[in-house]
Design a binder for this molecule. Structure first.
Ligand SMILES: NC(=O)C1=CN([C@@H]2O[C@H](COP(=O)(O)OP(=O)(O)OC[C@H]3O[C@@H](n4cnc5c(N)ncnc54)[C@H](OP(=O)(O)O)[C@@H]3O)[C@@H](O)[C@H]2O)C=CC1
Ligand SMILES: O=C(O)[C@@H]1CCC=N1
Length: 272
């Protein structure tokens, strides 16, 4: 992104704001290059003081944008697309959608315009530059895919996948943040029960989770390989781990991810 380009985020809620903060934190653009919209614009007041353009006027935001990010809920999308259609300049602008369960084809059909669309599925860790973002398109040029990838590369790790896997990516990576957070919270509750103050237990659980993830990422090793190093014969780790498995630990995670993926695929069609 160069210093003349402008990005408009339509639907500045959880993920839209996380993206904006991540882009600014990475230094790829300044707040002045980002427009944030939502209907309840008063909720964006603090962002106006930081230099972002803040508005409830989607048309104006679209007119000045080189890149338009769609970040409303699936059930809010069609109304938004109908509103911005007259202001779009398909040959000059790139549309990036982070909306779950809505394909590039769905968006083009609703717009009735041959616009270039790249889908991106980040997670909320984008706000601190640690997102796992999956990117897909069905008609984006390499230039536009690279543009989208270069944006999301600044706020985490990005991979390009086939569009048909985007609902799966939603469950594993976007919803996945919540699954791992709940695991850490549960670990901290266990820690409190065995003697630690809650704030210490949470810090200890979170750092331990970070260490586990980094072992896999930095050493490129398999979880079971690392688990084998922890589980001493007749020891306390295997006792705890087996007890968790008897209660369905892995099964619960797998079944939850499957249900999330199913639901992600249904979000748009059922509710819009
Ligand atoms: N949260 C997450 O972790 C992730 C979410 N996603 C996807 O991102 C999208 C947004 O999710 P999330 O940020 O959690 O949802 P939020 O509800 O937090 O954000 C949606 C925002 O859109 C605004 N909005 C609704 N209608 C309009 C409109 N017509 N014009 C402008 N703004 C509008 C809403 O504000 P107001 O009511 O004031 O207009 C709200 O702030 C969803 O499609 C979700 O599937 C993708 C990856 C991760
Ligand atoms: O829960 C949801 O529907 C959204 C999509 C991915 C994360 N949050």
């Amino acid at each position: 992104m160069n210093s003349q380009q402008h990005i408009s985020i339509l639907g500045s809620g959880n993920i839209g704001l996380s993206l904006a903060k991540g882009l600014v934190k990475s230094g790829i653009c300044k707040p002045q290059q980002i427009s944030l919209t939502r209907r309840n614009v008063a909720a964006l007041a603090e962002y106006a003081t930081l230099g972002y353009h803040v508005s409830d006027n989607n048309i104006r935001a679209v007119r000045k944008a080189d890149i338009i990010v769609l970040a409303v809920l699936p059930q809010q999308l069609n109304k938004l697309l109908d509103e911005i259609r007259p202001a779009l300049k398909p040959e000059k602008q790139l549309l990036i959608s982070v909306i779950s369960g809505v394909s590039c084809g769905d968006i083009r059909q609703q717009l009735d315009l041959n616009v270039q669309i790249v889908r991106a599925m980040p997670n909320t860790a984008i706000a601190i530059g640690h997102s796992m973002t999956c990117i897909a398109t069905d008609n984006g040029t390499n230039k536009n895919i690279n543009m989208a990838k270069s944006l999301f590369d600044t706020v985490g790790v990005t991979i390009q996948i086939n569009e048909e896997l985007m609902t799966s990516a939603t469950a594993l990576c976007a919803c996945g943040i919540a699954f791992f957070l709940r695991s850490i919270r549960a670990a901290s509750q266990g820690g409190t029960e065995i003697g630690f103050h809650a704030h210490d237990a949470l810090k200890m659980a979170a750092q331990t989770a970070k260490g586990a993830a980094d072992l896999l990422l930095q050493l490129s090793s398999h979880p079971e390989q690392e688990i084998d190093k922890v589980t001493s014969p007749s020891g306390c780790t295997i006792a705890g781990l087996n007890e968790m498995e008897h209660h369905g630990f892995s099964s619960a995670m797998i079944k939850g991810i499957r249900l999330s993926a199913e639901k992600a695929g249904d979000l748009y069609k059922k509710d819009s």
